[in-house]
Design a protein around this ligand. Structure first.
Ligand code: AMP
Ligand code: MG
Length: 330
């Protein structure tokens, strides 16, 4: 076990740096050089630069820690990707405030190649919700530390999330056993943060639920049936990325439903590790659609879990019961 406060400081610094890069890429409003991955999902210059800066920071501070990152540099290393490669290096250099060596930047990206089976590892989604990022909507930079299968630290940056005092940008973090904290994303001097907690609802019918914007990522007709069964009349709050976990943690919504769209899909650990700890530390509960705890010991995916249900806490069992009734308790 490391020094948790120091690990938190490193993680906050890293995701703040990544968020500045993502904001800079988005502000350019030019085609951010989208590349299609093998699974046909998009990846941008910002995804690569974000993973490079976070892995670079982790390498410097905690050189022995493996990282399970979503991206790798295989495609970027090819001849055809010269322009994208140069753009990635330039964004990383701008954040470093000095020249960046191309080989080092690519190697930082590839530090994310660990398999998630070590007793202790970090997991990173350099841009969660890339489709939201490309639309100019919500996305997140998510970083978590896992020890013996348990998430012990989670940091979630949401650069486009409306901030309570106006403007945009939210940064949420938790360490195991502590409270969920919200920080000013663009102010590196905010190292203390302030507590956030879930909004308790007396009955599930009063809950507002959130889900993915993408119907290919979450079965929206199933969630509509679940909401109906629970007596929820308000419209679903559709928002990309782990910003859904942030929304539950700070009380914008009380339920997050992620209903499987395909039998063979397994949730990725980096899509849930940070968000889960932030919601739990804010007083909420997170399981899969069968009410099972998320198991982070199975490699890069949550192999033994299906979908996600996160709630403000006391209503969790009632929500799981409704989910089971709609899904027919497979
Ligand atoms: P969201 O912004 O909630 O739609 O989630 C974005 C994440 O969905 C991406 O980071 C992908 O890893 C993940 N994803 C891709 N395909 C699926 C799928 N079929 N079911 C659930 N999640 C998916
Ligand atoms: Mg993701």
């Amino acid at each position: 076990m490391g020094n948790r406060n120091e690990e938190l400081r490193v993680a906050l610094d890293a995701v703040r740096a990544a968020s500045r890069i993502c904001r800079a890429v988005q502000a350019k409003r030019v085609d951010p050089n989208t590349i299609e991955k093998k699974d046909r999902s998009p990846v941008t210059v910002a995804d690569f630069a974000s993973q490079a800066i976070v892995c670079g920071r982790l390498e410097q501070a905690l050189p022995d820690d493996p990282v399970v990152g979503e991206e790798n540099a295989d495609e970027l290393r090819t001849d055809g990707r010269h322009a994208a490669r140069r753009a990635v290096v330039e964004h990383v250099a701008a954040e470093l405030g000095r020249d960046a060596d191309e080989h080092r930047v690519l190697d930082w990206i590839d530090r994310g190649a660990a398999d998630g089976r070590a007793a202790r590892y970090w997991t990173l989604d350099p841009i969660d919700g890339t489709k939201g990022f490309l639309r100019g909507d919500q996305y997140a930079v998510a970083l978590a530390l896992i020890e013996d299968g348990a998430v012990v630290l989670g940091v979630l940056a949401c650069p486009n999330l409306p901030a309570p005092g106006g403007g945009r940008g939210g940064l949420f973090a938790a360490t195991v056993g502590g409270k969920a904290l919200s920080y000013a994303l663009w102010d590196d001097d905010d190292v203390t943060g302030s507590t956030v907690s879930v909004q308790r609802v007396a009955s599930p019918s009063e809950a507002r639920f959130c889900e993915s914007v993408e119907s290919g990522h979450s079965n929206q007709s199933e969630s509509a049936k679940i909401a109906e069964l629970l007596g929820i009349e308000s419209e679903p709050f559709r928002i990309d990325s782990q910003c859904k976990y942030a929304a539950v943690a700070r009380g914008d919504a009380s339920i997050y439903l992620r209903m499987p769209t395909r039998k063979d899909y397994r949730e990725k650990i980096w899509d849930h590790a940070a968000g889960k700890l932030v919601v739990e530390s804010a007083g909420g509960t997170v399981t899969d659609v069968n009410g099972r705890p998320l198991d982070f010991r199975k490699g890069r995916t949550l192999e033994d879990n299906r979908g996600i249900v996160a709630t403000a806490g006391p209503i969790h069992d009632a929500v799981i019961e409704a989910v089971q009734r709609v899904r027919g308790g497979e």
